[in-house]
Write a protein that binds this ligand. Sequence first.
Ligand code: FAD
Length: 327
Amino acid sequence: MGEMLVLIDHSEGQPRKLSLQMLSAAAGLADDAGASVAAVWLGPGAAGAADTLGAYGASKVYHWDAEEAHGFVTLPQVEALQAVLETADADVVFFASTNHVKDVASRLAIRVDGGVITDVTGLRVEDGRFVAIKEVFGGDLITTSKVADGKLQLLGIASNAFPAEERGGGSPELVAVDVALSDDATAATVVSVEKQTTSDRPDIGEAAIVVAGGRGLGKEDGFELMEELADVLGAGVGASRAATDAGWYPHRYQIGQTGRTISPTLYIGSGISGAIQHRAGMQTAQNIVAINKDAEAPIFQIADFGVVGDLYQVVPKLIEELEARKG
Ligand SMILES: Cc1cc2nc3c(=O)[nH]c(=O)nc-3n(C[C@H](O)[C@H](O)[C@H](O)COP(=O)(O)OP(=O)(O)OC[C@H]3O[C@@H](n4cnc5c(N)ncnc54)[C@H](O)[C@@H]3O)c2cc1C
């Protein structure tokens, strides 16, 4: 094995936290894999971020500086990765297991005869190939899977599954890649991007702590309490589908099978029953706290810590206690 590629997800010139976690995971496995770690940066800004990428384990950065490389259109990124793979000596690519990049990875897999495993929360190397661990069916099963021998391994890494650890590496070598886009890849372009939120709260896909509210809140105003709790903890706020369908919180914050997949270190769910479709989006949280007035609610089956009680009594007390501890 020569190089392990890590496709960097970035925003405003900075790698996202998950990208640093992926680099750290790759660097931690590099000796076992007998490979070096190379980052792939699509879009402008590689030079400015190179030292950070090096600090987290990249010894090389393949980059394509074109504006169209970094956006929400899939095909330019697929073709750019294909071009990188023609240059690099790689049989594995780590990518952020987000909806957009899963789309990129699956299209790439068809073009280069690869196999995709998404939402990976654990990795090891056996006989030079990666063995990936992931949770399925709402966390009821843990699977161990490998991409078939000889095929490119495309591994989608879940948020917060691996720690981001600085390794004190030097400045990585920058390698510019030429990409000639096909007509198909330029058929759609992004005209404008408007930020939907002005909140300072972290994105739930990246947040270390996520506070989530469900139908048990009983009303839209219940989310003010969720936001109050989130702000004491520096957390992001998510919701169940019942809450977003009721119009109490925007759909973009929905957690679950048809919403976002999150892997925070701490998830606190209030007034959420824990339906399998909800669990599909949060089961990889490292610590699950559930507040529900029904002791039989399924969420308690996966909770590390449960409070049986009325959330309108429990959450204000929790906020009070957290504030007191913060001094
Ligand atoms: C194809 C498909 C896809 C789906 N995708 C998703 C998805 O992505 N995400 C998702 O979340 N759901 C999804 N669902 C819906 C899912 O099946 C559940 O209906 C939904 O998750 C329920 O949301 P909830 O837990 O907020 O509400 P409920 O199931 O109604 O639970 C509310 C809970 O609040 C508790 N409660 C009530 N009052 C209080 C109180 N005062 N204090 C404390 N506890 C209280 C109740 O005991 C109850 O357990 C999907 C369903 C389908 C069929």
